[in-house]
Write a protein that binds this ligand. Structure first.
Ligand code: SF4
Length: 313
């Protein structure tokens, strides 16, 4: 059967006065129900652009091409309006720094109820009851629905933002650095919450982060992104033990990677990582590697993938 969410050859570019910035260059990822997928990589690799494209939240200067298939249906096919129809009801998002998710002038409960009203999921007493349920689900006492956002701690606000994202019972939760602004203990609690929701509700969770230990707490797999594409897609354990791409090897070994990612307003014929890769050879500078399977659950976009994973390169 088709995976719950499948992204195929997704491109995003921005035509700016100074030229074209090609931020996403053919992203391919899949996520099943109840599965967690990390999107990891250095800043500027396209992680956030990818989930904003899936949510239809990119600015008008962006052009999006490719497919985002939800249960086999391409939600990009009919343009912005069709993406909007799926927003919050099928795909929902939790942003970095939940402070911005809430307006200071309305109660948390009223704001969690808002998407339900907008999408005609529930109104009145039914919505109130559902808000209480959602707050309990994320570990907040339901009576706190009548409080204002400034009366919540950072961790509670992030939980409430997750409750709001779940208001219309989405199948996929996209979380962009959801714990960055929080201290370590609260961060762990929010990640445990995401992990519990994934298993209890069968949610597909796509977690964008540059923080690798964060990924492992919620996700069994990760797509390592580099310069707008997937460099490697694998189980977290394999990314640690037998990575199939020099970039993931460097990232997961925790060492500093000399050099910087390429500028996205430039084009190049070969492998985007070649200028920083100690294994680069002539072919790497002229021919772009495609993402090819290394095993049942691992794929890598490197000409030397097999020997990298096998430890012979
Ligand atoms: Fe390095 Fe070549 Fe593999 Fe790119 S294709 S990661 S340059 S070995």
């Amino acid at each position: 059967s088709a995976p719950l969410l499948e992204v195929r050859d997704l491109h995003v570019w921005f035509d700016l006065p100074q030229g074209r910035v090609h931020a996403l260059r053919g992203l391919d990822v899949t996520v099943g129900a109840g599965e967690g997928l990390g999107l990891v990589g250095e800043s500027g690799c396209g992680k956030t652009t990818a989930i904003l494209a899936m949510m239809g939240l990119l600015p008008p200067s962006a052009t999006v091409a490719g497919q985002v298939l939800l249960n086999g249906e391409n939600i990009l096919a009919k343009g912005e309006a069709s993406v909007r129809r799926h927003r919050w009801t099928d795909l929902a998002m939790v942003f970095q720094g939940a402070m911005n998710a809430f307006s200071p002038v309305a109660t948390v409960g009223a704001q969690i109820a808002e998407p339900m009203r907008l999408h005609r999921v529930a109104e009145g007493k039914q919505a109130t009851a559902r808000v209480r349920e959602l707050l309990e689900l994320v570990g907040i006492h339901p009576d706190k629905a009548s409080r204002y956002p400034h009366e919540f701690s950072g961790g509670m606000r992030q939980r409430a933002a997750i409750a709001m994202a779940l208001a219309c019972e989405p199948k996929v939760l996209l979380a962009d650095e959801p714990t960055t602004a929080l201290d370590v203990i609260v961060q762990a609690q929010v990640l445990d919450l995401l992990d519990r929701l994934r298993t209890e509700l069968g949610l597909a969770v796509v977690l964008v982060t540059h923080d690798l230990p964060v990924v492992g707490r919620v996700c069994g797999r990760a797509a390592v992104m580099y310069a707008g594409r997937v460099a490697e897609n694998a189980d977290i354990g394999d990314l640690h033990l037998r990575p199939g791409h020099p970039y993931s090897r460097a990232l997961f070994s925790g060492g500093a990677i000399p050099g910087a990612p390429p500028r996205l307003d430039e084009e190049w014929p070969g492998c985007a990582f070649a200028p920083r890769c100690e294994h680069a050879r002539d072919r790497c500078h002229t021919e772009a590697p495609r993402l090819v399977p290394l095993g049942a659950r691992q794929s890598s976009a490197c000409h030397l993938a097999a020997s990298i994973a096998g430890g012979t390169a």
